[in-house]
Design a protein around this ligand. Structure first.
Ligand code: ZN
Length: 156
């Protein structure tokens, strides 16, 4: 447990200090803004999707370490993935952030790199702090809004 807590802090610090894929794609095919008013996290994502595949993604914004780390990690995870996998990954991540039950089983998830699952599992440590779950899932809510061409989404 202590080891997991240490890992959790390490991963969050790494990503929040030096976020991956920070910036803005211009032009882009999809974009959305996400807002978590409870904590004050505000992010925006821009994507280029070609042939139903995420070619590139960048994000901008400001917020707590968890929201920035989670968004940074998400951009790493979904690059080069087919868009059909995104909702399943979001469901998986939301599930492990909110319950202690076994992770979901889904054939689409078999294609995902093991490292990505490990990172998501580490980040799901937020479930010990229910107030922070929205910080961790904001990135994914914003991603799904962008895919559905919804301009702005809020966790409230
Ligand atoms: Zn936050």
């Amino acid at each position: 447990m202590d080891e997991l807590r240490e890992l959790y802090q390490e991963v969050i610090l790494d990503h929040s200090k030096a976020p991956h894929n920070f910036g803005e794609l211009n032009p882009c095919t999809h974009h959305a803004n996400g807002d978590n008013p409870v904590c004050g996290d505000q992010i925006s994502v821009t994507l280029n999707i070609e042939n139903n595949c995420v070619k590139d993604i960048k994000f901008n914004g400001s917020g707590c370490a968890i929201s920035i780390a989670s968004t940074s990690m998400m951009t790493d995870i979904i690059k080069d993935l087919p868009t059909s996998t995104l909702q399943i990954l979001f469901d998986h991540f939301h599930h492990i952030c909110t319950t202690d039950c076994d992770p979901m089983d889904h054939p689409e998830l078999d294609h995902i790199d093991e490292n990505h699952f490990t990172k998501m599992a580490i980040l799901s440590g937020v479930r010990q702090f229910p107030m922070r779950v929205k910080c961790a899932t904001l990135a994914w809510h914003t991603l799904m809004a962008a895919i559905e061409h919804i301009d702005t989404t809020s966790t409230e």
